[in-house]
Design a protein around this ligand. Structure first.
Ligand code: PHE
Ligand code: ZN
Length: 882
């Protein structure tokens, strides 16, 4: 067993042997060393059965222990052991005060976990196990403590000193230093600790809670970003109100702070009262941010704010319970976005992410249940499965319980567990206790990985007016479990008559009326539902709203899909019918590829797309979804053998065929949606931009000077970042790469001073869907705006390159080798980012044989190196599946 292969198991969980009632930190920021004095009030945990009186604290590699004191007496080395990552204090009494002094060097910390420097500011990231890089501690989420934090630093360079909770004291010291003391009255685990020291400007606002308390809202940013805070502040206030109205949750401190930092491994972090955000996930203004970025920022601000209850007031017992806070909070922010903007469009976006990325993870060597049973490195489990599938699981509980009982369940959960560190079982128990609905079988969603398939067949009996649906569920084996027990899931269905009207539903052998949009409880491997009084052969609208994270396998005829694509009232199902038709067309094109240039679309599909394009009564955002081609990545998910080149070529063929057949409609639609008036961010304006840019994308498949000029003009207009970005994206993807070159140069020239926009510039070029990109991508690594220590830049260049499937999967293996090189470079200082890039290399299973071999040999090469736990886990799991 190497150090790297140590596995932590859920089944080994034990309560902590000690409780840290209060934690007093004295952090003195210094150029060379930062000193951290931690004074902990400790007592034995009465709930622990451990007989030994040894207190074991965790500590990271970079900390230098100076002193240990117990109840004011300095301990010598016979009283404690220091072995690398653990400090063991022998013979502890029932209750005592333990004081440690450590030295750390945040300016050298490039892992961005613990205390580190981003630009000129000090900041922290402690989830999941970063606090141990600051001081020796019981660094586990079930150790809750009341924190008081004193920070001191040179005043000129670090005028702003922040920590969790409320400010209680501040003042000047000798030698140009100053200090601030913060106290957080709410007990919290160390992963929610945060502090910041920097030269920042502040934007203020206020919110009055439902009970009439005034809360100060503050966003801290570097001075040059002060004009980019409005959107986040407005989003924050909307979220605060929404959580009161929808979950009865009020904010609990007098102050809520957000700090923007440029170097951050993830999107943002919900530290109590002091959220820290990746700059890219909080700063926005119309000149520099697209509509999509505005929406994303609003969702993330809401997400972090909602964590104050789902995560902070009620936290996780151990890291296996991560989805307790993340799945629930993603679900809450999705509801918020759906309520605030278009519910159907939000649902379509979320389902797209889930099916493209989570289904892929479920089919990969890193597959895991939303509550994993084991891990080597917890950082690898901040995954689409824990987050997005976790949210789907909460959504299914909502669907099974209905609105009122779901709210009763969440109220009970928050009441019952306020101030506690709990498990997903506790969450489900609250939902079940409040509703009286048994969720025992439902819990398999927490313990079994894999994407179930629902095979649905139907039969209409015209003689007795009965219509039956038979549902068979099956889930493929995943690494952690071969045989799966049947899931309990809600299947939302409607039956449509020939006019598209939803028929009233009456199930044989159950309550008389079900309404006309009902939820079937699927609990068995095979089940048949018989609907009575159905006077004509209906068209089934299945899995409405995507009511469960499954693959639906029903043999829809083309007529049925065309019918649903124009008549289904359920936005998701309507879109899904269009997608199925487009996928089917792409698959036919793949079969035709040898004579692809002669590929013809079916008239029925053209008619369907035309009908949507010319219907000016429809929400333009919805039309944009209806006519949009499935991405190459989603198409790959639908194939048994993934040939990325074939998918790319076939998709381009469909794009061209649609543009050819609908040229005048696309042009008309573009012109009708091309708003040259004052910039507006209403839902309608946003939808029109989305639709217009899809039209422009199609039209540019035609390779005509007119449409290239339209894109160039749209760029030249510089109306807003959505239009500018779309025009550039289209021209970058063009066969003639010369077209984009002058605009890319112009774009950089304009925005080189704005790191956020420079990242977009990198991403557009490195993620283009055009073969032969690697040389250019490598050249960009040498660009002076690139910085390998900045995760946003790495994501923009390397992450985008991986998303360009035809380049990452180039048959000569050059894409894999490049990513392998980058992983090795990054792993030396930021394992979390390195491991994120390694995951795609493990997804070789359904690729063509030649590529499988190349991917595996790249993994083998990585495996020879000295790896972090993070990358080791990803690589070793992938190799054992090869
Ligand atoms: N807890 C953060 C969120 O989802 C994510 C995060 C995890 C941030 C680990 C940083 C490090 O809101
Ligand atoms: Zn979260």
């Amino acid at each position: 067993m190497t150090q790297n292969s140590q596995v932590t198991y859920l089944k080994d969980y034990q309560v902590p042997d000690f409780i840290i009632e209060t934690t007093d930190l004295d952090i003195r920021v210094g150029d060379e060393y930062t000193s951290v004095v931690a004074r902990l009030k400790v007592r034995r945990n009465p709930a622990s059965s451990e007989p030994s009186s040894e207190l074991i604290l965790q500590g990271g590699k970079g900390i230098k222990l100076q002193d240990v004191m117990m109840d004011g007496l300095i301990l010598d080395e016979s009283n404690y052991d220091l072995n690398g990552s653990e400090l063991a204090i022998h013979q502890c009494p029932e209750a005592f005060e333990l004081t440690t002094e450590c030295l750390i060097q945040p300016q050298l910390n490039a892992s961005l976990e613990g205390l580190y420097k981003s630009g000129g500011m000090y900041c922290t990231q402690c989830e999941a196990e970063g606090f141990r890089n600051i001081t020796y501690y019981l660094d586990r989420p079930d150790a809750l403590s009341v924190f008081t934090t004193r920070i001191s630093a040179p005043k000129a360079s670090y005028p702003i000193l922040l920590a969790n909770g409320n400010p209680v004291d501040q003042g000047d010291l000798e030698n140009g230093e100053h200090y601030a003391v913060w106290h957080d009255p709410f007990p919290k685990p160390a992963y929610l600790f945060a502090m910041v020291a920097g030269d920042l400007v502040r934007q203020d606002d206020q919110f009055t809670t439902q009970s009439g308390r005034k809360v100060d809202l503050q966003i801290f940013v570097e001075a040059h970003n002060s004009h980019k805070c409005d959107h986040a502040l407005a989003s924050l206030k909307r979220s605060m109100l929404w959580d009161e109205q929808n979950y009865g949750r009020e904010y609990d401190l007098d102050l809520f702070m957000i700090v923007a930092v440029d170097d951050f491994n993830m999107g943002a972090m919900e530290n109590k009262g002091l959220n820290i955000f990746n700059s890219d996930c909080v700063l926005a203004d119309p000149a520099t941010s697209s509509d999509a970025m505005f929406e994303r920022i609003e969702g993330i601000v809401a997400h972090e704010y909602f964590h104050n209850w789902s995560g902070n007031r009620v936290t996780c017992r151990d890291w296996f319970q991560l989805s307790l806070k993340e799945g629930f909070t993603v679900y809450r922010d999705a509801q918020y976005t759906a309520d605030t903007y278009s519910a159907a469009v939000k649902r379509i976006d979320d389902v797209t992410v889930l099916r493209t990325h989570q289904f892929a993870e479920d089919a990969s060597p890193m597959a895991h249940p939303i509550r994993p049973a084991s891990y080597i490195e917890i950082n690898n489990f901040y995954s689409v499965t824990v987050y997005e599938k976790g949210a789907e699981v909460v959504g299914m509980i909502h669907t099974l319980l209905g609105d009122d009982l779901f709210r009763k369940g969440s109220d009970l959960y928050f009441d019952r567990h306020d101030g506690q560190a709990v498990t997903t079982d506790d969450f489900v128990a609250a939902m079940s206790d409040a509703s009286g609905i048994n969720l025992d079988q439902f819990k398999y969603w927490y313990s079994q990985a894999g994407t179930p398939t629902l095979a649905v067949t139907d039969h209409y009996n015209a003689i007795n007016n009965e219509y039956s649906l038979t549902v068979v569920q099956s889930t493929p084996a995943t690494a952690e479990c071969e045989v799966k027990l049947p899931f309990h899931l809600p299947l939302r269905v409607a039956l449509l008559d020939t006019k598209g009207k939803e028929l009233p539903l009456q199930l044989q052998g159950s309550e008389p009326v079900l309404g006309n949009n009902c939820v079937l409880n699927i609990t068995q491997a095979q089940q048949t539902f018989i609907f009575e009084g159905i006077a004509e052969q209906p068209t089934p609208s299945l899995l409405r709203g995507f009511s469960a994270p499954v693959k639906l396998d029903y043999a829809y005829t083309e007529e049925q899909l065309l019918f649903l694509a124009s008549k289904d009232q359920d936005g998701f199902c309507r879109w899904e019918a269009c997608q199925r038709l487009l996928i089917e067309a792409t698959e036919r094109a793949m079969g035709f590829m040898s004579q692809a240039s002669h590929y013809q679309l079916k008239d029925s599909l053209v008619t369907m797309l035309r009908t949507s394009l010319v219907d000016e009564t429809l929400d333009p955002a919805m039309v944009a979804k209806l006519v949009q081609l499935p991405s190459e990545a989603y198409l790959a998910e639908t194939q048994t053998i993934v040939d990325v080149d074939l998918i790319h070529t076939a998709r381009e063929a469909i794009r061209l065929a649609i543009a050819t057949a609908l040229e005048s409609e696309l042009l008309y639609c573009y012109q009708r949606c091309h708003d040259t008036g004052v910039f507006s961010q209403t839902g309608k304006a946003i939808g029109q931009r989305a639709l217009k840019n899809i039209c422009l994308y199609y039209l540019n498949a035609l390779d005509q000077a007119l449409y290239q000029t339209m894109a160039q003009d749209q760029y030249a207009l510089q109306a807003n970042m959505t239009d500018v970005g779309a025009a550039l994206h289209i021209l970058i993807g063009h066969k003639n790469s010369e077209l984009a070159a002058p605009l890319l140069a112009d774009f950089y020239q304009r925005w080189q001073g704005d790191a956020q926009v420079v990242c977009q510039w990198f991403a557009m070029q490195c993620g283009a869907s055009r073969p032969g990109l690697l040389g250019q991508v490598k050249a960009l690594l040498d660009h002076n705006a690139f910085d390998i220590r900045n995760p946003n830049k790495v994501r923009s260049v390397v992450g985008s390159f991986i998303r360009s499937a035809i380049n990452f999967h180039a048959v000569d293996g050059s894409g894999y080798a490049f990513v392998g090189d980058m992983i090795l470079k990054l792993d030396g200082f930021n394992p979390m980012i390195a491991a994120g890039l390694a995951k795609p290399l493990g997804r070789f299973k359904r690729k063509t044989k030649d590529r499988q071999q190349l991917m595996v040999s790249q993994l083998q090469r990585l495996n020879q190196a000295e790896l972090s736990k993070d990358v080791f886990e990803v690589v070793s799991k992938a190799l054992s599946a090869s």
